[in-house]
Design a protein around this ligand. Structure first.
Ligand code: 26W
Length: 739
């Protein structure tokens, strides 16, 4: 590498950016990967490209972080157990406007950017909606030039890989890190000690004040890995810091003294399990101790890091809340509330009221689900063992909260025990959502209807106790990934008509209304859709050996499998269509390809049986010569962010059919609409707001409203009544055909 001066560092004027991408690619291939033309694999091409792109980001990344430090700006920290990022290369290229430049360079060597992009593993560090939302927010905050930082866990294994065996879902580990991650940088100096177990001791100082210490703990080290997050069309590059667990270098003296050296080392290796694997549940809080260890692990490391940064410019904690906003992505990081209290009380020596004021002014909590089994509750026994000081603090928070409730709201015992942070019973539990509400200045739902349900149903007492605390922040998606990158042809068509501002200001898409009668524009649009459908058809043929008709309606439901999302309803409808075709072989029928994709939590048997049912129905329909081209049903294995990028641009119909009141928002619904698919859906989550924007007449809306669902349940819902009264339903449920 040639440099203009003799310093070891680049100067501002000769920044690393001035090195051409092609030189960097060649250097990476030779010096970092030790490969040449004869030995380079497709993965090497990807790796060398990714490193070259990252190198080009470094200067902007450093500059952005320096600017935040110098200006002492207020920062926002997004604490999330999940970041479902998918692939990064194309996204980075889009945001840096390098896509065409790089494609040209690669072409000169006979390489195709499209192939290189395919070699990247998905970064599947999330389950579904909540994790993908976190990833979209990172892109959005960087683009808006907000001083925002993501904090999460560097899981060695992401969401499991889904195989289908005889129609059944089979899970396989996703060891995505095995081949290395070119986007991350280990920050050797950024590591923190995380404490577990031990006991709390108290002592009085000279003035008679009581102090608490948490001692005899078993410690683990959190190591920070950074990933750059470039904004679109700006020089702003934010940071995502993911923590990996490493054992401390200390050995258990007991084991050591017993001469059991190997056992002592072995015990250490279990510490590293903390960041080993993402829990694959998205709707069931299991209450396992390893999960609580994970939650505290990343919360403690992040808070230590946040406070370290704050202290660079401040000598007391007084202005902490003014300079720091911490957003809690669901209850998973809510242990941060007692953790900040512990730091302020025991380490910073503040009194309770000061500490509580800072804490509540710092945190805000986003709720993402109303499904009761998904609301986290931690056993008091587990907390007492793992985080004894935190349990004490939670009890104190509850004590003060209930005192306030009795004074200003109600002394009714039943209501008081209903809203207590502690659920009493044979085993006691801490209700993490209630702790989050009490310890935050704002609580938000993720769509208008969802926020109303929080206020009027599941958190109604809290809404009355803290009026104004509950606010709505409807979810969104990044149009950079979900239109510009995933559907470049459509993006280009739109840009040619209305300019490129839509990529930052999505409401500019309204300008397209001027072209609703422009025949050429509509034809071009249809051609692009058809091209996208061809691409998907090829994928389905090569991966699943099913031939589909690109002139059929591509009717797509992709999301986690869950009873409330009603994939079952969709497949029952497919069976009904099948019966119609068999009974009226000569009747005109609009051909349809019904596509499903999604994973079921490994222990969620009911959801797994729906996957099996879909595959069995597919076997029958796809092999029935009477059906031919009219109807096909496809279950795509291993649904992922990358697969979504292939599917969504090819969709004609988007299935958003949850039981009203259950889907907090949905974000897939928005991605489909942005790519020109029509929506069939219920008045649930953000579908409601989409209907307001798009016009109900432009959506296929059906089903009960959320209040009607509640009333029906209260009056005694009996599915058998519907079955007995509806012969068509009876046939669908009872049909026995095999081919
Ligand atoms: C503790 C187990 C667990 C893990 C994850 C429980 C619950 C979750 C998430 C909160 C589930 C989730 O992803 N919820 C989805 O969040 C999206 C983003 O706000 C919404 O669009 C979806 O409607 C909601 O289901």
């Amino acid at each position: 590498m040639k440099k203009g001066n003799s310093s070891l560092f680049f100067t501002d004027s000769e920044s690393a950016e001035s090195y051409s991408l092609s030189n960097q690619f060649a250097e990476n291939m030779e010096f970092r990967l030790v490969k040449d033309r004869n030995t380079a694999t497709p993965y090497d091409f990807y790796y060398a490209t990714a490193m070259a792109v990252k190198d080009n980001l470094v200067r902007k990344w450093l500059r952005t972080q320096n600017t935040y430090n110098e200006n002492d700006t207020k920062r926002v920290y997004y604490l999330s157990m999940e970041f479902l990022i998918g692939r990064l290369l194309k996204n980075m290229l889009t945001n840096l406007s390098y896509d065409e430049k790089l494609a040209e360079i690669l072409e000169r060597d006979g390489l195709k950017l499209e192939d290189i992009v395919e070699a990247e593993e998905d970064m599947g560090l999330g389950n579904g909606g909540l994790g993908r939302l976190a990833a979209c927010f990172l892109d959005s905050m960087a683009t808006l030039k907000l001083p925002a930082f993501g904090y999460g866990i560097r899981y060695e294994y992401g969401i499991f890989k889904q195989l289908i065996d005889n129609g059944y879902q089979v899970e396989q580990p996703d060891h995505w890190l095995a081949t290395g991650n070119p986007w991350e940088t280990l920050r050797r100096e950024i590591n923190y000690r995380i404490k577990y177990f031990g006991k709390v001791i108290s002592h009085k100082d000279d003035k008679g004040n009581l102090w608490f210490d948490w001692v005899d703990t078993e410690d683990v080290i959190a190591m920070g890995y950074d990933i750059p997050v470039p904004g679109y069309n700006t020089d702003n590059v934010n940071n995502l810091r993911l923590w990996a667990a490493r054992s401390t270098d200390e050995f258990s003296f007991q084991e050591f003294n017993r001469g059991n050296y190997l056992q002592a080392v072995e015990n250490k290796s279990t510490d590293e399990n903390i960041s080993k694997v993402l829990y694959p549940n998205d709707s069931y809080a299991q209450g396992k101790i390893l999960r609580l260890k994970q939650e505290y692990f990343f919360v403690s490391a992040s808070l230590q890091d946040i406070i370290r940064k704050y202290k660079i410019n401040h000598s007391s904690m007084a202005d902490f809340a003014e300079k720091t906003a911490i957003q809690l992505n669901d209850t998973h990081p809510v242990i941060a509330i007692p953790e900040l209290m512990r730091i302020l009380l025991d380490e910073e020596k503040l009194d309770w009221d000061e500490a509580w004021k800072i804490t509540t002014e710092t945190f805000a909590y986003t709720n993402h689900t109303v499904v009761p089994e998904a609301l986290e509750e931690w056993s008091v026994n587990i907390l007492e063992l793992l985080l004894p000081r935190h349990l004490d603090i939670i009890y104190e928070i509850n004590h003060r909260f209930l005192k306030y409730v009795k004074q200003y709201y109600t002394a009714d015992d039943e209501i008081v025990s209903e809203i207590s942070l502690i659920k009493e019973g044979k085993e006691k539990f801490v209700r993490m959502a209630y702790l989050a509400i009490v310890g935050s200045h704002h609580v938000n739902g993720v769509a208008a209807l969802h926020t109303e349900i929080l206020k009027n149903r599941i958190f109604k007492h809290f809404h009355k106790i803290f009026p104004g605390k509950f606010v709505n922040v409807t979810n969104g998606i990044t149009p950079r990934r979900w239109l510009r990158t995933a559907n470049p042809k459509l993006a280009e068509l739109i840009t040619n008509k209305i300019g490129s501002s839509w990529a930052k200001n999505l409401s500019d898409l309204r300008k397209l209304e001027d072209f609703t009668n422009d025949k050429k524009f509509l034809k071009d649009w249809q051609d692009i859709k058809l091209e996208n459908k061809k691409k998907l058809k090829d994928y389905i043929e090569s991966e699943h050996n099913i031939k589909v008709n690109i002139n059929s309606i591509f009717d797509i439901q992709i999301k986690r499998f869950h009873e409330y999302k009603r994939q079952l309803l969709n497949v029952l409808h497919v069976i009904d269509l099948y019966i119609q075709i068999r009974e009226n072989p000569d009747k005109e029928f609009t051909p349809r390809t019904v596509i499903f994709g999604g994973k079921a939590a490994p222990a969620y048997l009911q959801a797994k049986m729906v996957i099996k049912l879909i595959n069995n129905v597919a076997d029958v329909i796809n092999n029935d010569p009477q059906v031919g081209d009219k109807l096909k049903i496809v279950f795509l294995k291993n649904y992922s962010v990358s697969l979504a990028e292939l599917l969504i641009p090819a969709a004609d119909l988007s299935e958003q059919i949850s039981t009203a009141g259950f889907e907090a928002s949905g974000t897939g619904n928005m991605k489909f609409a942005l790519n020109g698919a029509l929506t069939i859906g219920t008045m649930d989550g953000a579908n409601v707001e989409m209907a307001e924007e798009i016009g109900e007449e432009n959506m296929f809306i059906f089903g009960l409203l959320s209040d009607e669902v509640v009333k029906l349940k209260e009056s005694g819902y009996d599915p058998k009544e519907y079955y007995d009264a509806n012969p068509r339903l009876q046939r669908v449920v009872s049909i026995k055909i095999s081919v």
